[in-house]
Design a protein around this ligand. Structure first.
Ligand code: BYC
Length: 310
């Protein structure tokens, strides 16, 4: 790589400038961005599935409407992110193929089943909260198209968070059975939630390079800590418990202490061996196959009607 170009590129990043698709960038920056944005896009489209199964079963018409709108937003986020990743030279078809074949990763947390309505509420409130902590940091990053996509996503996610919080408060203020349902959801989802922010900093492979180039604006442990800081008090306030006896804030360091998450389980799940990985990818595979004729028809219609005008 040309050292002068690299120095000029890094100086732009240091000045807080945004890098745009046509600008010179190191190969590794491009590769890392494609990996991360693509994984984020896949997480949105797969993330729509566990909550999506609750649309028809959500309690009441208003909850159904709101959940449908939320799930639709998540799929829209995937569209924005696939477009941002495409600006770096990888086609959407290739990204979808890599998702379906299991080559690309997506968020660990969507490989767990949403057994009850309370599980869907956990996702809408706390998984969205975790996503916002991560995205609000990275929106100030260096790659223009990703930051602009994140900006829009954050605005929509803040509505999801309010919706999710409302659903949880309703359960918390409900019958003993409703409270028990949400407590069980916390018990089921806490471990995947701790994994959601990525491996501990000391074992994270990409944090350093991504932070040097301001793609990632906070480390995995920092975002995890920020999430705990913002949401553990809210969970406790509602009278629920968290299934980690070691969880406490160290008032001297200002950091949360917790039992080390099981990183072996995390690795298994992100590498295809979680409770729902096969089912999640199968849904995408079927959608891809069934939708092929639509894409082909669109492509040939575009050729027929647009080409003569050009
Ligand atoms: N799940 O070096 P590390 C949503 C992988 S959707 C799976 O720390 P990095 C929502 C990582 O890819 C929003 N894999 O990685 C949607 C790497 O593997 P490879 C989801 C993970 O990139 C619908 C290896 O582990 N948010 O909220 O520095 C409904 C080493 O990790 C995970 C995003 O996608 C994981 N959790 O940092 C409701 C945010 N963590 O590629 C809600 C965008 C790590 O070397 N992504 N891995 O094979 C990021 O910010 C960063 O990629 C991460 C990881 C913080 C996740």
């Amino acid at each position: 790589e040309d050292p002068e170009k690299l120095a000029a590129f890094e100086a732009r990043i240091a000045r807080g400038e945004k890098i745009e698709p046509a600008d010179w960038m190191p190969q590794l920056y491009r590769k890392q961005l494609i990996r991360m944005i693509e994984q984020h896009a896949h997480s949105e489209i797969i993330g729509a599935l566990p909550e999506g199964t609750w649309i028809t079963r959500a309690p009441g018409f208003k909850r159904k409407l709101a959940l449908m709108a939320k799930v639709q937003d998540e799929v829209g986020h995937a569209q924005l992110l696939y477009s941002a990743a495409e600006t770096l030279g990888k086609t959407r078809e290739q990204m979808i193929q890599d998702l379906i074949s299991g080559k690309s990763k997506y968020s660990n947390i969507f490989n767990y089943p949403a057994f009850t309505w309370a599980d869907a509420c956990f996702i809408s409130w706390l998984v969205d909260a975790g996503a916002i902590v991560n995205q609000l940091a990275n929106v100030k990053g260096s790659y223009g198209p990703y930051c602009r996509a994140l900006d829009r996503i954050c605005a929509e996610e803040s509505f999801h968070l309010k919706y999710g919080h409302h659903c949880v408060i309703y359960l918390a203020a409900g019958t003993p059975k409703q409270r028990e349902m949400f407590q069980e959801a916390i018990n089921r989802w806490w471990a995947p939630m701790m994994h959601f922010f990525g491996p501990a900093d000391k074992i994270s492979a990409h944090t350093q390079v991504l932070m040097n180039w301001k793609v990632k604006m906070a480390t995995n442990d920092d975002t995890r800590n920020q999430f705990l800081d913002m949401y553990v008090p809210k969970i406790w306030e509602l009278g629920f418990t968290i299934p980690d006896p070691a969880l406490r804030k160290n008032t001297e360091t200002g950091r949360w202490e917790y039992t080390e998450p099981d990183w072996e389980e995390f690795k298994r799940v992100i590498n295809g061996d979680g409770p729902c990985n096969k089912e999640r990818l199968e849904v995408r595979r079927v959608a891809e196959t069934r939708g092929r004729w639509v894409r082909e028809a669109l492509r040939s219609a575009t050729m027929k009607y647009v080409e003569p005008l050009v």
